[in-house]
Design a protein around this ligand. Sequence first.
Ligand code: SF4
Length: 178
Amino acid sequence: MCGAETELQAGYDVRHVTGLDEHTRINLCGAVRDAAARADVRDAVANVYHALAEQVELRRPICVTSGRCCRFDEFGHRLFVTTMELAAFSAVGGFANDMAAINGGCPFQRDKLCTVHAIRPFGCRIFFCDETSTDWQRRLYATFHAELKRLHERLKVPYFYVEWREALRALSATQTSL
Ligand code: SF4
């Protein structure tokens, strides 16, 4: 596992991020590759995303498409993802992107919009900069992240919890895809 989970935040995490060491990178890439090939893993992630969407819809947060949420350095937060999310993302071609574009924000953002909206990670689905959302986001994040973690155990998928851009760098470098 990468990163303690005692400070889970609503959708995105603000803790300092350190790079992945070589051993972790290799293990992460192998776990993502193996999980991406499994329909049960992909279905489980899709079910979590569906259940989350229902909960978010009930709360009707406001999004003004400022795009700031995906410009991590500017906003001062970080997006963390799990092995199974990365597997679901990679299974539909999520890493076929120019990783050179990774800098202060997510490389999948274009003109303030997400170019991978349908397959975006869990944290992206729950985070809204609408300040009225803060409390429920934190609660929902903890609930659904716990469910994702349980699914790793149930489906015997090695559990990693890594910063998004570090994961993209690792996976694109080893051609884990797609
Ligand atoms: S995947 Fe999409 S929503 Fe998530 S950080 Fe990147 S651009 Fe933003």
